[in-house]
Design a protein. Structure first.
Lengths: 285, 285
């Protein structure tokens, strides 16, 4: 560990290495090269523990709620009665934790390709991962695309909580083939959400992903949330379905029942998150 | 300048130095200690020129539109016919540029304490500063608080485009005394906006500012925008007035007339920017 007048830092560079975020590290908790990727978990002063894959931050404990609530509750409340849910990626368990807040849920399949992510998160990040041991949850350590291609009309909600589309494990999850498999794995009134990067440093990749998605789903809509733990803080999600419009007008009472466990999402946020800045609308139209 | 395999970086640290942003600098354009603060302007690859005061980034050319449109058009469109406008701070000229897009505007007073900021921005940042030479604009190089305390029932809109509240030039602009002077300087149906920091790294300071503002104005409402050039990207603004509710229902046609010159703000964004995440509502309620 460094001396008193120096410090250990973790930097995440993006935008071709031209811009980055810098975090003072109090303690390195876990650092391992799994068969698939490098896994790092470190302790910070203000953000709690930080979890990174291949040098890209997946979450910090202090602010992960913004991302996990918004990737989860927008599709979950858009569906009138979600029972069977599939989460692809998301081995940290944050999305599953949010899914399980819905009392209608009977079954959650989590497909996380890397078993060492599950192990590390269960051990060091119980605030997100402890719900992975819930009896309603089944964890599958395999490629998400292969898994979903075997499923037909089975899920009410599919959530793609993946790494970035550029490389590695997440790459196959941003293709027309994958999105078509997701559509087929959904029931007729099923709904879908996916993380879709930020328009500040990844605008072109985002545009490509939405174009792929539109080939698979008749209804695709971007929505946004403040996710301060990711580059630029300006996060875009994709909502998709065969026929379920997400901009509902009702069921405020169902949301209010979960209110005490929600810190970002609320009834008005649901609808307003689909209102996007002009430049983003033009990029994705 | 650095060799090919090294680079010059600018870092902005926040959160007590525990978190920061890092930018590769292609070229240092301007760096000077004025009587008030250090002024830096440097060139980057993807963000255009970056302008910083005392090491805190004020803008980058690529993304300044999000901040300048939202601090300006929310109050400007909340007022039915803004003619006389006061901008406090904002020596880069971005806010004045947005104000002047409104054809009703007859007169803009800009109070920027540091004349060297004006000079540097006019020379190196014409994309924001060129409108400071518009005949409707008067620039006053003095303390914003002293200026506004001499004014009574004069302005339709007051916009406080200041530096941070912690120290230096911006400090006096986050007090009850200053906000009361702004209220008195507004006409009866006048409206007010101010930058109000981010809740991720400055939650306590933000809470204090809103509490001061509520002592001066009967109506104070937070609204938000993605401002990727600032820490966390999650920016909060304060709207205040004696009696004008900002969540209008009409005048979409007035907004549409400016549509071709707006890249972030639109009719729906106006209203949705006042919908805030649950935790922020609790912090500021």
């Amino acid at each position: 560990m460094p001396k008193e007048n120096s410090s250990l830092h973790f930097d995440e560079m993006f935008c071709n290495g031209n811009v980055g975020s810098l975090f003072r590290v109090n303690k390195l908790i876990y650092s391992k090269q799994s068969k698939i990727q490098r896994i790092d978990i470190f302790e910070t002063t203000d953000l709690g523990k930080v979890f990174a894959l291949d040098g890209v931050i997946m979450l910090n404990e202090r602010w992960e709620f913004t991302y996990h609530e918004m990737i989860t509750h927008v599709p979950m409340f858009s569906h009138s009665n979600p029972k069977n849910v599939l989460v692809i990626g998301g081995g940290d368990g944050g999305t599953v934790r949010e899914v399980l807040k819905h009392p209608s849920v009977e079954k959650v399949d989590l497909v996380e390709i890397d078993p060492e992510v599950i192990d590390a998160c269960k051990k060091y990040l119980p605030s997100t991962a402890s719900k992975l041991s819930d009896p309603r949850v089944s964890v599958y350590n395999e490629d998400g695309k292969g898994f979903v291609m075997r499923k037909h009309s089975e899920y009410d909600v599919i959530i793609v909580d993946s790494t970035d589309p550029y490389k590695g494990a997440g790459k196959s999850l941003f293709t027309e083939e994958f999105y078509t498999a997701c559509r087929n794995a959904l029931k007729e009134n099923g709904v879908f959400s996916a993380e879709a990067e930020n328009p500040v440093y990844d605008g072109k990749e985002m545009e490509r992903c939405f174009n792929e998605m539109k080939k698979a789903f008749p209804m695709v809509k971007p929505y946004t949330a403040f996710v301060p733990m990711y580059p630029s803080g300006f996060w875009v999600f994709a909502y998709a379905s065969k026929n379920v419009d997400p901009t509902f007008k009702g069921d405020e009472s169902r949301i209010k029942k979960l209110a005490s466990s929600l810190f970002y999402y609320n009834f008005k946020i649901h609808e307003s998150s689909f209102v996007i800045p002009t430049f983003l609308g033009k990029l994705l139209e």
